[in-house]
Structures are given as structure tokens and as C-alpha cells.
Design a protein around this ligand. Structure first.
Ligand code: FMN
Length: 341
């Protein structure tokens, strides 16, 4: 079989492949550009940018946890002016597709950020990080309230160019993620990014005090992948037409495939980059291999496939290794083709 067709669509935009960086884990791409050509990524999702420069939260800001890590970086960054002058043109000069992540403390700030990005060359899509406290509403996180989430999305959608898709990035720290997802889509989100970190905390039992300077932090890494899979699954089940960027604990091609089978059209890689700056390219290769081994010709054919009972190879009752079973890739391909009819 020729190579797998890895192209994927996020609404009306097409990416050459589904592997993206996750916001905050590769800044604006400069550091990882030392390791590979970032134009080979599906896209670079930039660190969430705010209107003004920010110093972030007190140190220490990182803590290792079983199968994961906690971070309380806060939204440290140079502010939108420097981003527009320095980072975005640099990404464009590298021919990288940029998904620009924005964050604010009020609906007005988000809208202003979207206005500033409107017409700026090199913006492939906007990702709205709504896991931020609303300074105008007692610090309640936008992503935890469907009304607040939809106010932000509506304001960003209105202020953005019609040609630029707007993705809302949701927090898993809610009772009903589908309710928030639906509110964002009804407010005009063209797609969703699932998930941001989970709120966590660690206490140093020697010092008998919190490990992180900011007390609480965002939990990421392999520990949260089952939560990401569950959120993607629930939202894709409820709104299968809405494109999803899956994110959470992806460290291998098979991890990426798991999120795609749950319903993600693209996959962002975050914490894995800190151990392996070339992780995105490795994961892309591994995903390509995994699809070839399964006799899949097009990535698009497996997006959300786990929702279709008859599309799952084991549902035939023929387990791998049994006579006439699924041990040969060619046979698997035939089964998938039959299942789709
Ligand atoms: C150090 C660090 C900084 C992050 N900064 C941001 C950010 O600025 N904006 C955002 O939307 N998500 C941010 N995230 C969350 C990631 O984009 C991602 O949603 C989360 O880490 C789960 O993916 P992972 O398990 O692959 O890391 C950050 C995560 C980490 C670990």
C-alpha cells in the first residue's frame, strides 16, 4: 500500500497531517525548530497570548507527579504587541501554520485580542483558552460556566475574520463537558480543543507545605489521557459534525490514534515535548505506521471510528490470531471496507 493520506480538516481548513504542538509546551516554536522543520507539523499552537506582557506565577512552577506533571506557570508571555511584531512573522517566515491561542481576564480583553489578530498574516486558526478567571465575575473560570464561555466565544467569533476558524479550548474540570461544548458551538465556535489541564495540587511531606509557589497547578501528561479520551468521546458522540483538536497525555502514535478514534480530527502534543523535543515528528511517524499496519489508507477514515460498533475490528467476533481473523493487515482493510457499506 502507498503511504497513508494523513491530511485532515478542521472545519474548512485542511492540514497536511494531524499532529500539532499543544499551547504552552513549545512557546512560539523557536526552541523545537532546532530539532526539526516546524513546517512539517500540522500546525504550531502558540502559548496563550494576553493583551499585556505577564510575568507568570511564583516559583516553583513545576512538580513531577505519577505519570504526569503539575505546572503553575500562569500565562507568562510578552503580550500581543510583541507577538504580532516578532513571533507571528517568524512563524510565517518558517512556513509554519500558526494556531494562535489567546487568553484574557474579561470578555472585552478576548475581543480586543481577536481584533488585533484580525487580518494579521499567518493566522491559520484561533484557539480560545477559556480556562482563565473572569476578573469581572469573582474570578470564576470562563470554561466552567456555559454562559461565560459562550460570551467569550461569541465576542471572539464576531471580532475575528470570517476566514479564520475559532476553536474553544475547554476545561475537563466541569460536571458536564457536553453542556459547555454545546454552548460554545451555539455561540459560534467552529471547533473545540479538548482538553486543558486538570486542576491539581501536591504537598511536600518533608517541608509539609505545598510544592508549587502558586499552590495549585494544572495536571498534564499520560495520567490525564483517559480523561481526554472520555471528553472527546462524549463531545463527538453529542456533536459528531464539530471538529475536535484532541489534547491530553499523548506520547506515542498509538496514544494519538486513541484520541482520533474517540473523535479528534487533530492531536496536540504537550508534556511529551519536555522530555523529547522531537516528540511531534516521532508521534507522526508512529501514527503513520500504526495506520499502515491496520490497512488504513486515509486518516480521515478513522476519525471517531470507535463510535461505530460495526467499524471496530473485534466486533466481528474474530480476534487477532484466530483462523480467518484479523492478524493480517490486508484482511483488516477488507473488513473496514465491508463495515462502511
Ligand atoms: C507547562 C505548560 C504550559 C501550558 N500553557 C498553556 C497555555 O498557555 N494555554 C493553554 O491553552 N494550555 C496550556 N497548557 C495546557 C496544554 O496545552 C495541554 O492542554 C495540557 O498540558 C494537556 O496536554 P499534555 O498532557 O499533552 O501536556 C500548558 C501545559 C503545560 C504543561
Amino acid at each position: 500500500m502507498d503511504g497513508v493520506d494523513m491530511r485532515t480538516r478542521l472545519g474548512w481548513i485542511e492540514l497536511p497531517n494531524p499532529i500539532l504542538t499543544a499551547s504552552g509546551c513549545a512557546a512560539s516554536g523557536r526552541e523545537i525548530a532546532q530539532f526539526f522543520d516546524i513546517a512539517r507539523l500540522g500546525a504550531v499552537v502558540t502559548k496563550s497570548i494576553m493583551l499585556a506582557p505577564r510575568a507568570g506565577r511564583p516559583t516553583p512552577r513545576m512538580a513531577e507527579t505519577p505519570s504526569g506533571m503539575l505546572n503553575s506557570i500562569g500565562l507568562q508571555g510578552p503580550g500581543i504587541d510583541v507577538f504580532l511584531r516578532r513571533d507571528l512573522p517568524w512563524l510565517l517566515s518558517r512556513r509554519a501554520r500558526a494556531v494562535v491561542s489567546i487568553a484574557g481576564g474579561s470578555v472585552g480583553e478576548y475581543a480586543e485580542l481577536a481584533r488585533r489578530l484580525h487580518g494579521a498574516p499567518g493566522v491559520t486558526a484561533i484557539e480560545v483558552n477559556i480556562s482563565c478567571p473572569n476578573v469581572e465575575d469573582r474570578g470564576e473560570v470562563f470554561a466552567c460556566n456555559p454562559l461565560a464561555a459562550s460570551d467569550v466565544v461569541a465576542a471572539v467569533r464576531e471580532a475575528s475574520g470570517a476566514d479564520v476558524p475559532v476553536f474553544a479550548k475547554l476545561s475537563p474540570d466541569v460536571t458536564d463537558i457536553v453542556e459547555i461544548a454545546r454552548a460554545c458551538v451555539e455561540a459560534g465556535a467552529d471547533g473545540l480543543s479538548l482538553i486543558n489541564t486538570l486542576l491539581g495540587m501536591a504537598i511536600d511531606t518533608e517541608r509539609m507545605r505545598p510544592v508549587l509557589g502558586g499552590m495549585t497547578g494544572g495536571l498534564s501528561g499520560p495520567a490525564i489521557r483517559p480523561v481526554a479520551v472520555r471528553c472527546i468521546w462524549q463531545v463527538h458522540e453529542a456533536m459528531p459534525e464539530v471538529p475536535i483538536i484532541g489534547v491530553g497525555g499523548v506520547g506515542s502514535g498509538l496514544d494519538a490514534l486513541e484520541l482520533i478514534l474517540a473523535g479528534a480530527s487533530a492531536v496536540s502534543v504537550g508534556t511529551a515535548i519536555f522530555n523529547d523535543p522531537g516528540a511531534c515528528m516521532r508521534i507522526l511517524r508512529e501514527l503513520d505506521d500504526a495506520l499502515s499496519e491496520r490497512g488504513i489508507a486515509r486518516l480521515a477514515d478513522v476519525i471517531g471510528l470507535a463510535h461505530k460498533p460495526s467499524g471496530h475490528p473485534t466486533s466481528t467476533g474474530l480476534g487477532p490470531g484466530r483462523p480467518g481473523g484479523l492478524s493480517s493487515p490486508g484482511r483488516r482493510h477488507v473488513l473496514f471496507e465491508e463495515d462502511r457499506r
